[in-house]
Design a protein around this ligand. Sequence first.
Ligand code: FAD
Ligand code: NAG
Ligand code: NAG
Ligand code: NAG
Ligand code: NAG
Ligand code: NAG
Ligand code: NAG
Length: 537
Amino acid sequence: MKASISTIFIVLILVLLSISLVASNNSVDFDSFVGCLPTHSDPSFPIADVILTPNNSSFEYIYQLRANNLRIFLSTTSRPVAIITALHPSHAQATVVCAKRYGFQVRIRSGGHDFEGLSYTSGVPFVILDMFNLHSIDIDMESETAWVQAGATTGELYYRIAEKSNVHGFPSGVCTTLGIGGHFSGGGYGFLMRKYGLSIDNVIDAQLIDANGRIRNRESMGEDVFWAIRGGGTTSFGIILSWRVKLVRVPPMVTVFTVQRTLEQGATELAYRWQQVAPKLPKDLFIRLQPQPINNGGNNRTVSISFIGHFLGKTDELIQLMNTDFPELGLQRSDCLEISWVESTLYWAGFPNGTSIDELLNRVQVDRSFSKSKSDYYKAVIPKQGLETLWEALLDIKDIFVQMNPYGGRMEEISDSETAFAHRGGNLFMVLYGVTWSESDGGIDAAGRYVQLSRRLYGAMAPYASSRPREAFLNYRDLDIGSNESGETDFEVAKEYGAKYFKNNFIRLTRVKAMIDPENFFKNEQSIPPLPVRASH
Ligand SMILES: Cc1cc2nc3c(=O)[nH]c(=O)nc-3n(C[C@H](O)[C@H](O)[C@H](O)COP(=O)(O)OP(=O)(O)OC[C@H]3O[C@@H](n4cnc5c(N)ncnc54)[C@H](O)[C@@H]3O)c2cc1C
Ligand SMILES: *[C@@H]1O[C@H](CO)[C@@H](O)[C@H](O)[C@H]1NC(C)=O
Ligand SMILES: *[C@@H]1O[C@H](CO)[C@@H](O)[C@H](O)[C@H]1NC(C)=O
Ligand SMILES: *[C@@H]1O[C@H](CO)[C@@H](O)[C@H](O)[C@H]1NC(C)=O
Ligand SMILES: *[C@@H]1O[C@H](CO)[C@@H](O)[C@H](O)[C@H]1NC(C)=O
Ligand SMILES: *[C@@H]1O[C@H](CO)[C@@H](O)[C@H](O)[C@H]1NC(C)=O
Ligand SMILES: CC(=O)N[C@H]1CO[C@H](CO)[C@@H](O)[C@@H]1O
């Protein structure tokens, strides 16, 4: 008995050894990788000019410039072996072909906003393909469409549209430095969501580089792949070079407002009411609820709730509508600002009234901080007792960013399976819990404590949030909901986070993955694995 156990043990060790030998032989060969790049890219755009290795003086600067979450950046010691700052599509194609051949993983970065830093870190030898310099925006007003390259930011897109028209816009995120490449990947939402749905609901074509380095468009990738890259986490399927979008119509003037109420001013009652009203309002009106702890003088802390509104129409009409549908808020004309649509993007991004729209062209997030974020979907109204729980948790945390975004409207008209984005009808709102801190709050040494606080808050809200699965928003990436190591994608583990991010669309996503990237070249800690053959029946 003893003998056979130790025999099994020895066999096991031998098996493990041979596995690690094979793995290490996956000969990571840097010189060959660099030598390979020019032979696979367009010689009129010398790729040597855009290969940065740790020896280049600008390497560290470029690496950090779009490594936005300091919690991730300062806790990782692994560096990419190279950063390819693509200036031509063939640079991205060559990166795929050569990285695959010489054993490197590719991490694709556009805006660098990934909450868990998956675009710029990895546990295995990797290169960063930085798409930031591919940022052209080509608008055709006749067809009301645009080709937008992956490295363009949301701010640039809004600016370029406004250059051509004051009655067109696009439904994308609120922060103006998000990279279109990563942002659309998980859906992309903003204050036009109730009217026009997500960014991906207005995408009509795309250019995708597959694992063989070929560029495919909607026709050549096929409808299954085109379905998957809209909300399924594009990075599992290939590299987005550009998206073709359909612009949407907006009135020349829109109305924005912010109303703030503290607990002492009846904020709990208002938040309770908001949950019932906001998802059912006319589509033209989007009211975000943003509670935050504030100092009321001395150690007296309270919660202040901002009701931030966007209305596709004039102030008069809005006041009338609010008097009918949500009189409790007591919206006044003086709370409102009537501005152009493009100005409203600045307002929502938090810039003061009067900021020049040139601000939209600032492509880099300047104030990097430490953060940990999580998300939830709610299908039932949180009772007042639940709201009190939320306020208590907020009062425990110095800097916390909670945003409650109403669904309904257009989001309810699109089925869960129309695109890979599965959180549609039946949701009242989606919530972001973002804990942020700075160097003066303890920096990286305080990370453990802040991450714990975010988990405690998440735990406290469990009784009220969606369950089985507890749904999560892919763009608010959270490795706590299940993740794998950088170099492998275990199907059983993926089923866990897959159900939360994609619900019933997960299995179809794994089928598409098996079709377009059967060798699972494109992977990260939460990517979609190819459907295993045994499970495909
Ligand atoms: C301050 C802030 C505000 C935000 N506001 C919103 C909001 O209003 N609405 C919303 O929906 N989301 C919002 N988000 C979340 C944001 O949409 C996601 O973090 C998104 O993934 C960012 O895209 P990126 O290109 O900037 O990031 P990156 O870190 O570059 O990329 C994110 C992910 O996409 C992959 N990826 C990047 N480029 C490509 C490409 N070209 N092809 C294939 N895969 C690629 C990366 O590998 C990574 O996995 C916000 C995030 C932050 C930090
Ligand atoms: C290891 O890699 C080399 C070079 O690619 C290859 O020739 C060799 O067959 C590999 N060995 C094994 C055991 O896979
Ligand atoms: C960096 O430079 C050193 C010395 O000049 C050289 O030995 C090394 O190969 C270089 N590394 C890379 C990644 O280019
Ligand atoms: C990086 O450094 C190498 C020398 O180590 C140099 O030949 C190359 O031009 C540099 N690349 C860039 C993009 O600056
Ligand atoms: C805290 O501030 C609120 C609002 O200003 C006030 O009503 C309350 O009495 C204060 N509490 C204490 C303990 O000072
Ligand atoms: C906003 O700015 C404009 C000019 O930039 C000014 O005319 C207007 O009064 C401002 N409105 C408010 C509410 O501050
Ligand atoms: C980081 C992580 O969670 N890795 C997991 C990946 O999948 C394997 C296999 O199921 C797990 O054992 C790891 O813990």
